[in-house]
Design a protein around this ligand. Structure first.
Ligand SMILES: [Zn+2]
Length: 271
């Protein structure tokens, strides 16, 4: 297998993977969505709530607030030695919120949540939690724990995890009629027509929709779109909970663990 990194930053990770196949790419995609753990608020103890929103709605909003996750410092509740319903410092982070609207109506943002661990805080301090009218108060204690996306979407580390085939565009070798219908119809602006010649401007943006081929007045079109059967472009967009490349690493680790488990079971059966 070969890999080439196209883009890498705190949120986005875009790679080309060659000599792979669909089952492998899809397994990694699904593991990233469902199996890579992140921190999310699981329980909320309301101390005071004089706002117009019910406790449950506020708890739901807090649960869906993505938290920066320190995967190496915490245990999943089911793997933790404490085996306690309430958790221990190894499997739980306590966060508090104490907000009041003294001056007049105001919005309470995620930046006001105080965490006992400065590494586990909301990924953005601009997420609106609630709007309070004058003299309304919201005071609560919340407990975040590690969990998996297959149990609840609040634990999904990715807001997007997709792959597509690596496109192959065969432009006409001869000059065409300069109608530029193929480049006009393309929403991704992949093609450009200049001096009656079609050129590829941005190959990787092509999503194989075939609109350009359909738009060509010549039938059959001299322009054809194909894809490489074992090359893929994968895009991972993190919620900010984990670095995107770490999400992919954890997904591959999980795949390895699951395959090992099958191997162990087969060995045990054949003894
Ligand atoms: Zn514990």
């Amino acid at each position: 297998m070969k890999m080439e990194i196209l883009e890498k930053n705190d949120i986005n990770f875009r790679i080309i993977v060659r000599d792979a196949d669909v089952p492998l790419m899809n397994a990694l995609r699904r593991l990233a969505l469902a199996e890579v753990p992140t921190m999310a608020i699981e329980e909320v103890v309301m101390i005071e709530n004089s706002s117009i929103l019910q406790d449950e709605i506020i708890a739901h909003r807090l649960g869906l607030t993505p938290l920066k996750t320190d995967l190496d410092a915490y245990n999943l509740p089911e793997d933790c030695e404490c085996q306690s319903e309430f958790g221990c410092p190894q499997c739980r982070v306590t966060l508090t919120l104490d907000a009041e609207a003294k001056e007049g109506t105001r919005t309470v943002y995620s930046g006001e949540i105080v965490s006992e661990n400065p590494e586990v805080i909301p990924v953005s301090d601009k997420i609106p939690i609630i709007k309070l009218a004058k003299n309304q108060k919201l005071k609560l204690e919340a407990y975040a724990r590690l969990g998996r996306g297959k149990v609840h979407a609040k634990w999904q580390p990715v807001s997007m995890c997709v792959y597509k085939y690596y496109p192959k565009i065969n432009v006409p070798t001869e000059k065409c009629e300069e109608c530029s219908k193929c480049s006009d119809v393309c929403s991704k602006k992949v093609l450009v027509v200049k001096d009656a010649k079609v050129d590829v401007r941005d190959l990787l943006a092509c999503n194989l929709c075939m609109d350009c081929v359909d738009a060509c007045p010549k039938k059959p079109s001299p322009l054809t779109i194909e894809w490489e059967k074992n090359a893929f472009i994968m895009t991972i967009e993190s919620t900010g909970a984990l670095p995107p490349e770490r999400i992919l690493q954890e997904a591959t680790k999980t795949l390895g663990k699951q395959l090992n488990e099958i191997d162990e079971l087969l060995k045990a059966e054949s003894q």
